[in-house]
Design a binder for this molecule. Structure first.
Ligand code: FAD
Length: 445
């Protein structure tokens, strides 16, 4: 596969005729949902059009953080961190989770004041997250030339290995009885009396009472093809990443320093990316959802670079609807593998090398990019869909779904099962985009 090497998960040969729940998409959200449901005794099939974790879930930076989170996500990310701590034992596999800490540098006093303000959202929650003075930062990183006036330091945060985590969870879900179907695109759903009755895949139909869409950057296209008037504003944001060969001398903690972000890898190398450089390819959906995204574009214009290019034609050519007995666009693109911006990735590397001189001789091993699935308020949709009973959506994690993923899977399973939800799901409901709610971008992408 293109992109980083992902621990392979072999798909089941047999397609079940009937299950309780079909999960569409085998990223961290889909596999976490499938595991929760299978552990709860549900008959589950997970359908992935390509391989487990081959899109965003293996391409991300690997940060697992509360720090600087949108306050609406904090209860769910705390649940996710609780799950991360036990995930190796629960799956019997290595996810690479380590509680090594995360820092955000303040470039100036104003940014520092913003971090101080954010800290109030976690007051009294018992989270080890605080401001560091410039001197404290210098003492923590004596090997660095960076000398910020202050930094936000969250010792409780950590990292995990994106190329290992989703496969580990999927394998455990299978051991708990879930069918794991790879190269198995879902073309659409069938309803009976308006409610979900089956999911139609490229390999046949699976009868079910519920379907969970965890399709990452494809979710908007899927919901639009249903022709059910579902408004799911979602755009793709391209982030470019590189990894180095194993090398000593960088930070143990993950660190965001504006022009670069760095995270130590389990293989001894570093994952490095621009901390601010994201490309928004202009596509037909950009016009469709322009009004939804105006406030976000205004707030984030510094971090988002709009680009017109081949992607517009590519998406314009894709059919909007298809018959369920014909191949769908999901079968034509097994892995969404955008071209990395070499310039942005290499600029980030150069900044990291200036900040940590010991990295000057580090070698770049690989570059890749991923499409982030962004919503207008940069928080996910984890919700039922009132228009189609039995249909649920968990998507739009806006560049921070890896860390929160296991918690999101738990919440999604609660909603499907009608259990008391682990956190209040109100902020994540789909209807917020149409019911007159104020859509606010609180923490950015
Ligand atoms: C470069 C980059 C850096 C990031 N850094 C971080 C980070 O440090 N920390 C963090 O918390 N988050 C980070 N994120 C965000 C995080 O990776 C995502 O939010 C998270 O992985 C989303 O998981 P997902 O399961 O929703 O989507 P994905 O991992 O994209 O999975 C969706 C899956 O659905 C499948 N699919 C879609 N449609 C169909 C269909 N019709 N039938 C079958 N299968 C289908 C796709 O093939 C895909 O595998 C980053 C993202 C990127 C791109």
């Amino acid at each position: 596969m293109p992109g980083p090497f992902v621990v392979p998960v072999h798909g089941d040969a047999e397609l079940p005729a009937e299950v309780d729940v079909v999960v569409i998409g085998g990223g961290i959200i889909g596999v976490s949902t499938a595991l929760e449901l299978a552990e709860a005794g549900q008959r589950v099939a997970l359908c992935e059009k390509g391989g487990i974790g081959h899109e965003q879930s293996s391409r991300n930076w690997g940060w697992v953080r509360v720090a600087k989170r949108d306050p609406r996500e904090i209860p769910l990310v705390l649940e996710a961190q609780r799950i991360w701590h036990g995930l190796n034992a629960r799956t019997g596999r290595d996810t690479g989770f380590t509680q090594a800490g995360i820092l955000f540098n303040a470039e100036d006093e104003r940014e520092g004041a913003g971090y101080e303000k954010w800290l109030k959202h976690i007051d009294g929650l018992g989270i080890d997250c605080r401001m560091l003075s410039g001197a404290e930062f210098a003492a923590m990183f004596p090997q660095s030339r960076l000398r910020p006036p202050a930094a936000l330091y969250c010792a409780d945060d950590g990292r995990a290995e994106p190329q290992k985590a989703a496969p580990a969870i999927a394998e455990r879900a299978r051991e708990c009885g879930a069918h794991i179907l790879t190269e198995c695109a879902v073309r659409g759903i069938e309803t009976s009396g308006g409610a979900v009755s089956a999911v139609v895949t490229e390999r046949g139909t699976i009868r079910c009472r519920a379907a969970v869409l965890a399709g990452g950057a494809w979710s908007e296209m899927f919901t639009r093809s249903l022709d059910a008037g579902i408004h799911l504003p979602q755009l793709k944001v391209r982030n470019s990443v590189l990894r180095t060969e194993p090398h000593d001398g960088g930070p143990e903690q993950a660190l965001w320093a504006g022009d670069f972000a760095i995270r130590k890898r389990q293989d001894g190398g570093y994952t490095i990316a621009s901390g601010i450089g994201n490309i928004v390819d202009i596509v037909p959906a950009s016009f469709r959802y322009a009004l939804d995204f105006v406030p976000a574009l205004k707030a984030e214009w510094r971090a988002l670079m709009l680009r017109a290019g081949w992607r517009f034609l590519d998406e314009a050519r894709m059919p909007r609807r298809w018959s369920l007995d014909e191949p769908s666009p999901f079968e034509y693109c097994r892995v969404l593998d955008p071209k990395p911006s070499r310039k942005l990735a290499d600029m980030a590397m150069a900044s990291a090398q200036r900040a940590f001189p010991a990295l000057a001789s580090a070698k770049v091993a690989q570059r890749w990019a991923g499409y982030i699935d962004a919503t207008p308020d940069a928080i996910p949709v984890i919700s039922d869909v009132a228009k189609i009973p039995g249909f649920f959506i968990a998507t739009g994690f806006s560049g921070h779904g890896f860390g929160i993923g296991p918690g999101a899977g738990r919440l999604m399973a609660d909603l499907v099962l009608g259990r008391t939800p682990v956190v209040d799901p109100k902020e994540f409901r789909l209807e917020r985009f149409v019911d007159g709610s104020k859509i606010e971008l609180l923490a950015g992408y």
